[in-house]
Every structure is written in structure tokens, then in C-alpha cells.
Write a protein that binds this ligand. Sequence first.
Ligand code: NAD
Length: 278
Amino acid sequence: MAFIIDGKKISNEIKDELKEKVAEYKQAGKEITLAVIQVGHDPASTVYVGNKKKACEYIGIHSLAYELEETVTQQELLDLIQSLNKRDDVNGILVQLPLPKHIDEDLVIQTISPEKDVDGFHPQSVGALSIGQEGFVSCTPAGIIQLLKRSNIEIAGKECVVIGRSNIVGKPISLLLLRENGTVTICHSRTKDLKEVTRRADILVVAIGKPKFITKEYVKEGAVVIDVGIHRNENNKLCGDVDFEDVEPVVSAITPVPGGVGPMTIAMLMYNCVNAVK
Ligand code: NAD
């Protein structure tokens, strides 16, 4: 039986640690504020923004909500970000993605001051990560490292295989595993003989975006499997990129979906907000 890596429990531990830190800051007269901008009324985005606000409340971070109409111009959004960049009382700025088609997402991300880039998407944050300098690390990959470390899973010297090379998951998690001294291989849609590569993995991170794609034929016995995927099946039940029932019996540890990587993203966003005070 595999060890089930409990993302819910670990994320709660992190949030409780942060709550204490925020209370200390408050005693020293320091308030932390996160500005959250949502454009339009996409239901999924509304749920994500709501969860972020709830986490802020729990930890003691003040959140400022900006709910802009779908028709807002790009310039109006950029002006708002620039005004928040200048405010000393705002520590972090988050623009909920995706944005409507008439707005250039890259330009919006680049407009957020790197000192307030709590999502870690700014090119300066990504560059800092790739050359080992300090900066915000994007939340989902940072959460995966916490899951491994807090489950006492050694990364140094391990064969780490990442499936997926997206800017928000695949690339940053590869850099983070490298920073932790893993031997990292990145697979993607043009990888030849995926199974042959993934079966070498001691730690397999799956961010492929295809429900239950990874079956036991893709994993080495005793490997650690981290499933980043989130999908809703026809019965409205959540599942990941890994076929959990098939893979769990042959691995040493695995994250479930839900309750694995998912809860870590918000916990690490809160971590970045608290660290933005520095
Ligand atoms: P994406 O679609 O941007 O990237 C998928 C990657 O998989 C691509 O780089 C592609 O090259 C690779 N790929 C596709 N088919 C492949 C194949 N047959 N063989 C090998 N590689 C292949 O997805 P993403 O944004 O990185 O997200 C991946 C999954 O993680 C999605 O299910 C997404 O919903 C989920 N996700 C979860 C969280 C979280 O908080 N838990 C955060 C972000 C993304």
C-alpha cells in the first residue's frame, strides 16, 4: 500500500504557521494586504478568487477585491495595477487568469511590480528562479516541493521526471527539482517513448492535462508520483492525470485528487504574500 501524501493536511499546517507569523507582524504594527483583481464573471475564476479571499481571512491577511467588468479596457486594467504598484500599503497583487481576449495577459503580468508578484509569473521572478536568485516562486510548483519535503521524501540525487513543460507547472517544477539537486528530465508532447522515460523516475511529476493518462505501465515499482492534473468526469467527480486506482498499488507514495497538489496552491500563495512583506 502506498503512502498517500495528504495535501489538505500539509496545506493546513502551512496556513497555521503563516497565521502565527502574521499575528507576530501585527503585533509589530505591520499589516499585510493582497490586492485581487478579477475581470468578468467566469464562474471558475469566481470560485478561485473566493477561496483566495477565504484563505486571506483565515491567516489574517487583508484582501482588497477589484471586480472589473468584462468590458474594461486594457489600459484601465494596467492603470489600476500601476496605482497598486505605487501603494505602500499593498504588499501583493494578483490578477486572476484567464483574462478576456482583448487584454494581453503577458503585458498585464509584466506590469505587476516584481516585488508584489505573489503569483510568481513575472519574467523577472521566472528568471530569478532559473539562475538561483531570490524571488517569488509560482505557487503550484512551490507547493509540490513542500509536499515532498514535509513527507520526508529525499529529492537530492533522485531521478526526477516531469511530464509537461507549461510555464505555470512543468518548467518551474523542473527548475525547483534541479535546485533541490534532483536529476531532472522533462517530457512533453514530442517525447518519443514516454513510458521508457517515465519508468526511470524515482519521482514522477505529472502535469499533462489528460484525465487518468498515467497507468501502472508508466511507473517504476516504488516510485513517488505527484499528480498535478485536475479534471471533472461525467459524474462531476474530480480526477487527476494519473489513474490512481491502477497506479497506487505499485508505488511507494502518491498524491490523491482531490486533496493532493490542489490545496497547496493557495497555501503557497499565502506564503508568498507573507514573504512579500520583506
Ligand atoms: P498545459 O496544457 O499547459 O500543458 C500540458 C503539457 O503536457 C504540455 O507541455 C504538453 O507538451 C504535455 N503533453 C501533452 N500531451 C502529452 C503526451 N502525450 N506526452 C507527453 N507530454 C504531453 O497544462 P498545465 O497548465 O501545465 O496543467 C496541467 C494539468 O495540471 C491540468 O490538468 C491543469 O488543470 C492542472 N493544474 C493544476 C493546478 C493545481 O493547483 N493543482 C495548477 C495548474 C494546473
